[in-house]
Design a protein around this ligand. Structure first.
Ligand SMILES: NC(=O)c1ccc[n+]([C@@H]2O[C@H](COP(=O)([O-])OP(=O)(O)OC[C@H]3O[C@@H](n4cnc5c(N)ncnc54)[C@H](O)[C@@H]3O)[C@@H](O)[C@H]2O)c1
Length: 356
């Protein structure tokens, strides 16, 4: 892995080690053009240092695009802690990590990601001012999946309007793959809107819990069965890479809109979706509700204000789908162009010198 390549335009990558607590972390700042970089901390037992670095470079770039598209005055960054959260997480390790985040002087704000939770951010915050995603008891935004699910629902409504002329999922059959925090929240919105819902999850408990709340929800054995079943909308809400060379050719849905990050497995998949007439609402456009929720904490958290902002994912998604049609490009390309334009046009304003 080489860092100084044309593909990696990151501003700063910091390796942090505290052998006594076992901390091994990498903080990657892709861009601060729009403001301090914001992105979560992933605590994961990577197979190698190279894997950890590759993940943090990829994730921090994606955050820059997501934050730009969400209209936030925030750049993009991300951090990874290399270790097994079940075994290696400790007060000392989290506080050591907090001191490294603090040492960046506010260039990077951290938050939760896979393997880290609001209670962990409370510990990090004992050493560091630049922390979001804290618990509600401590003035934080708490579980960010609440507005992530709302935003995905709004993005899906915009895609439904683009495809069928009505911003509603009523009467549509929606397949949700992964009913964890985001997927189960999405199911709540879909049922309230009058959609038929079919779900799948590798965790029987996750499916049981959704069906206990909504007995009308159907279940299929796995994602392969879900995507080849008769669904109108596919909502990937589990892992990345859901849209790939195996799944897209057999997908029966006319619309894809889901919460998972990095749904396109590799460049080119977005064109296959277009060729098959499948409308793809780009992942980072529709799943920005969570970062909108935690970003609000920087000013003093207001759920009402954050919710109002997450609702606007409807308009953002509609605009991206319209631009994609007008410019005859896949929606993910239209989204990237718009995010890059905002980073460049608004980011440039910092070069106008202020007095004092
Ligand atoms: N939580 C947020 O605020 C947020 C924000 C933006 C994006 N995301 C993304 O949304 C996705 C879901 O996040 P979450 O917070 O709900 O996580 P989660 O861990 O609560 O839920 C994920 C669910 O997917 C299931 N799953 C895993 N592998 C599966 C498979 N192969 N097939 C079917 N189900 C599978 C798990 O059992 C679990 O129930 C992730 O990709 C995450 O990066 C989450």
């Amino acid at each position: 892995m080489t860092f100084f390549t044309p593909d990696h335009r990151h501003e700063q990558v910091v390796f942090c080690a505290d052998p006594a607590s076992g901390l091994r972390a990498i903080i990657a700042i892709y861009s601060t053009a729009l403001g301090p970089a914001l992105g979560g901390t992933r605590f994961h037992p990577y197979a190698s240092e190279e894997d950890a670095l590759a993940d943090v470079l990829h994730l921090s770039r994606a955050m820059a695009y997501k934050n730009a598209m969400a209209g936030l005055d925030l750049g993009g960054g991300k951090a990874v802690i290399w270790g097994d959260p079940a075994q290696d997480k400790s007060e000392a390790l989290l506080r050591a990590y907090g001191r490294f985040v603090e040492s960046l002087g506010g260039r990077y704000y951290t938050a939760c990601d896979v393997g880290t939770y609001p209670v962990d951010m409370d510990v990090v915050a004992r050493e560091c001012r630049f922390v979001t995603g804290r618990s509600r008891e401590n003035g934080g935004a708490g579980d960010s999946s609440v507005l992530t699910a709302l935003g995905v629902f709004q993005g899906m409504r915009a895609a439904a309007e683009h495809r069928w002329g009505t911003p509603s999922l009523a009467g549509k059959r929606v397949g949700v793959a992964g009913v964890g925090k985001v997927g189960s929240g999405l199911v709540d919105h879909l049922i309230a809107d009058g959609a038929e819902v079919v779900v799948t999850d590798v965790s029987p408990e996750a499916v049981r819990s959704v069906r206990a709340k909504h007995p009308a929800v159907d279940e299929v054995a796995d994602t392969a069965a879900l995507i080849t079943s008769d669904i109108d909308v596919y909502a990937p809400c589990a892992l990345g890479g859901a849209l790939n060379d195996e799944t897209v050719p057999v997908l029966r849905a006319a619309v894809v809109a889901g919460g998972a990050n990095n749904q396109l497995a590799h460049p080119g998949v977005e064109k296959t979706l277009v060729d098959r007439g499948i409308l793809y609402a780009p992942d980072y456009v529709v799943n920005a509700g969570g970062v909108i929720q935690v970003a609000d904490e920087i000013r003093g958290f207001s759920m009402e204000r954050a919710r109002a902002r997450a609702e606007k994912i409807f308009q953002t998604t509609a605009e991206i789908l319209r631009r994609a049609a007008d410019e005859d490009v896949p929606p993910s390309v239209a989204a990237d162009r718009l995010a890059e334009r905002r980073m460049s046009e608004v980011g440039r304003l910092a070069t106008i010198r202020l007095g004092g």
